[in-house]
Design a protein around this ligand. Structure first.
Ligand code: PMP
Length: 386
């Protein structure tokens, strides 16, 4: 029972006890302040969005639609997945209102209070938020290094992984790490939940074959998003799952929101059919590659003596490990007061830790001038702390 005021006793569900605010949403609330330089969110750059027009949209797109999504869009996605080596049909595709919805549906399907869930450490903080809300107990493993023995012992309900341009670490699993993850899920008979929103933002040559393509028997859910490759405001993503999971996921989708926005689905379909699409993706990746390189040059100027990092071969983030294990959450209010926002590393860890000395920096949003001055301010602050 939660009480808001003596007059109003409101009975919330027990799971509401685990409903914590997302640190990123709270930071995003301040980054709109004039003059703030934000390395915090994973915001695509505004100039990367295509021009959309609704002029030719058929009127029936304003009608209620199928929960599974528009048939033609599902067929295209299934064909693309087959091209990536994932055996599936259009019936195995469910259109989502953003891939964040897939995380919610999967959590609803698998998690009761106390259910073990395998996650990478670090991992996407808004997935941790959802899994926690449903009462998950985390079985954490280092990115790319699942421990089969632990998985077999703990028997998690599923393993959540972001093998390609991981959020927040930027890591892209190589072929043998991908094979090892698939083999671990098969051997421990654990469903794999593969989250893949960044795959199109590729800057260096690297292995990107979905891990679920290498599974022999474990059930799987793969999800993708149009947020990074087209525009996040469309709120459109999709999941593709092994056939035995589809009826359950579809019912959960029906209960959640009936179906995803048909205008967005139509707009996305037009973009996917556009013969210029693959050229546009190459241009998009080229644009972000330049931003990454400029950002890294600024990082080298300001952080060489303070932190180590690996160049992310794709995606939107640098993951810095400072020379000292300071609590970067304590740095954040000072950074914001100085006009720079970043994401403290502790928020991405499934286990509570005192201090990890790591931080995530988004490189796609700030201009190169802002990146230069923001990193200089941040480096001065880090020097104070370490
Ligand atoms: N998964 C991961 C790993 C993400 O980083 C994000 C957001 N950036 C999402 C899912 C959700 O994205 P969306 O709902 O916009 O598709």
């Amino acid at each position: 029972m939660n009480s808001l005021s003596p007059q109003h006793l409101i009975r919330f569900s027990a799971r509401t006890q685990d409903l914590h605010p997302s640190p990123i949403r709270e930071i995003l609330a301040v980054v709109d302040r004039p003059g703030m330089i934000s390395f915090a969110g994973g915001l695509p750059s505004l100039d990367s969005f295509p021009q959309f027009t609704l002029e030719a949209m058929p009127q029936h797109m304003l009608q209620y639609g199928a929960s599974e999504g528009e048939a033609e869009l599902r067929e295209r996605i299934a064909a693309d997945m087959q091209g990536l080596g994932v055996k599936c049909s259009a019936e195995q595709v469910l259109i989502l209102s953003g891939s964040q919805q897939g995380i919610d549906l999967v959590a609803k399907l698998f998690i009761d209070p106390g259910t073990p869930v395998a996650v990478e450490a670090p991992t996407y903080l808004a997935a941790l938020q959802v899994f926690r809300f449903f009462g998950a107990r985390f079985v954490a493993y280092d990115v790319g290094a699942p421990d089969l023995h632990t998985l077999q012992q703990e028997k998690p309900a599923f393993a959540y992984a972001i093998p390609t341009f991981q959020n927040p670490s930027g890591r892209c699993l190589d072929a043998s790490e991908r094979a090892a993850l698939a083999a671990a899920c098969d051997a421990a008979d654990i469903p794999l939940f593969e989250d893949d929103p960044y795959r199109d933002l590729v800057y260096d040559d690297c292995e990107r074959t979905p891990v679920c393509a290498g599974l022999q028997q474990a059930p799987w859910i793969y999800q993708g998003s149009f947020s990074k490759s087209l525009a996040p405001g469309l709120r459109l993503g999709y999941l593709v799952a092994s056939p035995e999971l589809m009826p359950f996921l579809t019912r959960l989708k029906q209960a959640a929101d009936l179906h995803s926005n048909r205008l967005s689905q139509w707009l996305v379909l037009q973009q996917l059919k556009n013969p210029e699409r693959s050229r546009q993706l190459v241009a998009l990746a080229g644009h972000y590659r330049q931003r990454r390189d400029a950002f890294e040059a600024a990082l080298r100027r300001h952080f060489s003596d303070l932190a180590v990092w690996q160049t992310p071969p794709g995606g939107l983030f640098f993951w810095l490990t400072l020379n000292r294990r300071v609590d970067t959450r304590l740095m954040l209010p000072k950074a914001i007061a100085a006009g720079v926002a970043f994401m403290p590393g502790e928020s991405f860890l499934p286990m509570a830790v005192d201090a990890c000395g790591q931080l995530r920096l988004n490189f796609s949003h700030a201009s190169s001038e802002d990146a230069e001055s923001g990193l200089r301010i941040l480096a001065d602050l880090v020097r104070e702390f370490i």
